[in-house]
Design a protein around this ligand. Structure first.
Ligand code: PEP
Ligand code: MN
Length: 365
């Protein structure tokens, strides 16, 4: 009984000390903020390592125990760091792509086509632009289904330098001509920063592919482009790295960014990549940007694309990307994973039952 009384008294004393510590910490924080303002006005760098070194020495010298010096220095280091964080500018506390900065969803406008509203957007087309006829055949099928965003690779980042590298600018011209016939929008990958400006006359959305997610010069060039950007997650990028990549574009002045989860590299061999489905709700939670799932490159096989697409929509994706080719067996790239036109039509019929899929009025060119 007596012991427990003693314990209560000591605990009460600790509680009082906690409050006093808190008051002192808050007072210190306010002083640090005031110092930050003075430094800002004088244009002095916030972090002053010499001053921090002096303060650590003084607290060590003044340390009466029972904590040893190492512990005291560690505790004070944390206090210094917290104070420095208080002086950080807003964009370092929360990214521009973060929901903390902008709680409402960003709707990306691809011309007159809104992406990221309550309707789900489908982006489809061949892996690579191979010929005008090939693109036209696919575009016609997409248009019939009310799909307005036509994809096709003109600059292909291929693993082997001996594989088909794409038709380059001629591929972009083909995409533009065909898309115009059907009243569609064009999305195509750009790999070279200096090509972005040139591409603006042919395409409506710049795709930055997985292999270039951390090509910072390309991200910066996309940040100063007038076009919306479709940014794919790097093959081994964390969600945080993915968001930082998007931040490069948005902080460069272009807030029209769509994110695309396209699978990451794991040890699994039965799929080409491993679709990180948890990235979808995570990205939606952390960021206000629209989120897509590429069901083709994430799986690398046709037989599970439909359930994967359903999972993506159920997880909150704003849209899907998939590859469609008139005759996948003879495709110049990704022959094993593209679906043909009847398969695409069947896919669209099914997927419409699992989400409000955007439907543009077909223009039959
Ligand atoms: C593509 O979409 O054409 C492509 C190459 O995909 P990823 O960059 O995701 O590999
Ligand atoms: Mn492909």
């Amino acid at each position: 009984m007596k012991m427990s009384h003693e314990l209560d008294r000591l605990r009460q004393e600790v509680d009082e000390v906690n409050v006093k510590l808190l008051e002192l910490l808050s007072k210190r924080a306010e002083l640090a903020q005031a110092i930050g303002e003075v430094k800002k006005a004088q244009g002095i760098h916030r972090f002053d390592p010499e001053r921090e070194r002096d303060m650590l020495n003084w607290v060590s010298e003044a340390n009466p125990g029972p904590f040893d010096d190492k512990t005291i220095r560690h505790l004070f280091k944390q206090i210094f760091k917290a104070s420095l964080d208080l002086q950080q500018e807003d964009h370092k506390k929360a990214l521009l792509v973060s929901r903390k900065r902008k709680p409402e969803d960003t709707v990306v406008h691809v011309g007159d086509l809104p992406v990221g509203n309550e309707q789900k957007t489908v982006i489809a087309g061949p892996c690579s632009v191979e010929s005008e006829e090939q693109v036209r055949e696919v575009a016609q099928a997409l248009s019939k289904q009310g799909v307005a965003l036509l994809r096709g690779g003109a600059f292909k980042p291929r693993t082997s330098p001996y594989d088909f590298q794409g038709l380059g600018v001629e591929g972009l011209r083909i995409l533009r001509r065909v898309a115009d016939e059907f009243g569609m929008k064009v999305i195509s990958e750009i790999v070279n920063p200096s090509d972005i400006e040139k591409a603006e006359q042919y395409i409506d959305v710049v795709q930055i592919g997985a292999r270039n997610m951390q090509n910072f010069e390309l991200l910066k060039a996309a940040g100063s482009s007038q076009l919306p950007v479709f940014l794919k997650r790097g093959m081994s990028a964390t969600v945080e790295e993915f968001l930082f990549a998007a931040e490069y574009i948005v902080s460069g002045g272009n807030d029209q960014v769509m994110l695309c989860e396209r699978g990451i590299r794991t040890y699994e061999k039965w799929t080409r990549n491993t679709l990180d489905i948890s990235a979808v709700p995570l990205l939606k939670q952390e960021s206000h940007l629209p989120v897509f799932v590429d069901i083709t490159h994430s799986t690398g096989r046709r037989d599970i694309q439909l359930p994967v697409a359903k999972a993506a929509l159920a997880a909150g994706a704003d849209g899907l990307m998939l590859e469609v080719h008139p005759d996948p067996a003879v495709a110049l790239s990704d022959a094993n994973q593209q679906i043909n036109i009847p398969q695409f039509e069947a896919f669209m019929d099914e997927i419409r039952q699992h989400g409000r899929i955007q439907r543009s009025e077909p223009v039959l060119g």
